[in-house]
Design a binder for this molecule. Structure first.
Ligand SMILES: [Mn+2]
Length: 342
């Protein structure tokens, strides 16, 4: 995967123009985000919303689970974002989903009324997850792209949208978020070139890096300290668990722990890193791998989840027995696909 150079994908130009045609025909476009929204998942629909404004199309971005992460408040256009549950949803006749591999991962927006995403309202699907099941009337899904923002940068160029500073800042935030600041193996020379073009268009990397990777509330340090103390091993899986009690004691929210799993993923001797978040039904799990032959998206898919080869997620239903069985299965699966002796 790494060292492939230019990035082996090309925008489907016909789908690109069809998506614009559908969106331009809308009275109002609703853009719900995926749950536990991250920089790519929020900045990319904001950019799409800004671009549609230029075509005279009104749209609203909605944080589907009502939880707007503090560290994303720096995004241009954040004032136009609605939090689900805090205001009435505007009437809409088109849905546009960006960075959403699975329609069911749309938080309360989905849970309150799954029929919303059943296809009665046509869906435009723009994404880069390999597990995306192409649920839209138009699907622009490019798994070789490092971020949905990278896909949308190409899409806006195809649409003939001039790259404003606000658009560029959003798209750079999406790319930096998913590539940890151009550091993942998914960041191709094309990704880096797109980021450079966005900087040329007026995007400023420094506030993005500060907001996503440097600035953190004190509660995050409390959470990481606890998570680090609880680190355990199952075979070559390094993992830790965050209970709701810990979250409460630290006055933290789950999204503050997301960076922690990236931190332990590089631990020598590990093949997979896992972060387990306690939920009502068991645990929500974030998985990471560094070795190229350990595909955590495939492992997550065995448990009804999905994601990317190096970063994926799923759920464990049940108690400690189910949790331990899950960790053993991940360990076996990782060890059997890993070739080398290290
Ligand atoms: Mn993404």
């Amino acid at each position: 995967m790494s060292g492939m150079g230019g990035g082996s994908w090309a925008l489907d130009r016909e789908a690109a123009m069809r998506s614009l045609e559908v969106l331009r025909g809308a009275r109002h476009v609703l853009m719900p985000t995926h749950q536990n929204v991250d920089a790519d998942g929020l900045a990319t629909p904001i950019a799409l919303s800004m671009a549609l404004e230029g075509f005279g199309v009104s749209s609203t971005v909605v944080v589907s689970d009502g939880q707007l992460p503090k560290n994303l408040r720096f995004l241009p256009g954040i004032d136009r974002v609605l939090c689900y549950g805090e205001a009435t949803l505007p009437d809409h006749d088109i849905l546009c989903l960006a960075d959403c591999a699975d329609r069911r991962r749309l938080g309360q927006f989905f849970a309150d009324d799954p029929g919303r995403l059943a296809g009665g309202v046509p869906i435009i699907n723009i994404d880069h997850h390999v597990t995306n099941d192409r649920y839209g009337v138009v699907n622009i899904v490019e798994p070789a792209a490092a971020a949905t923002a990278e896909v949308v940068a190409a899409l806006l160029a195809e649409w003939g949208v001039p790259m404003s500073q606000g658009l560029a800042q959003c798209l750079l935030a999406g790319i930096y978020g998913d590539t940890l600041g151009l550091r993942t193996s998914s960041a191709t020379s094309r990704t880096i070139r797109t980021a450079a073009d966005l900087v040329d268009a007026g995007a400023n990397p420094e506030p993005v890096v500060d907001a996503l990777f440097r600035v953190k509330p004190k509660s995050t340090v409390c959470l990481w300290e606890r998570a680090l103390r609880e680190v355990r091993w199952t075979g070559r899986v390094i993992w830790t668990e965050l209970t709701r009690a810990t979250l409460e004691e630290c006055r933290a929210v789950p999204s503050e722990a997301e960076g922690f799993v990236n931190f332990i993923a590089g631990t020598e001797g590990s093949l997979v890193a896992a972060m387990l978040y306690e939920t009502d039904f068991g645990w929500r799990v974030s998985l990471r791998s560094l070795p190229e032959d350990v595909d955590v998206a495939a492992i997550a898919a065995e448990f009804g989840g999905g994601g990317h080869p190096r970063a994926a997620g799923c759920e464990i239903r049940g108690g400690e027995d189910q949790r331990d069985a899950f960790l053993n299965r991940v360990s076996e699966s990782a060890a059997s696909s890993h070739r080398s002796e290290d």
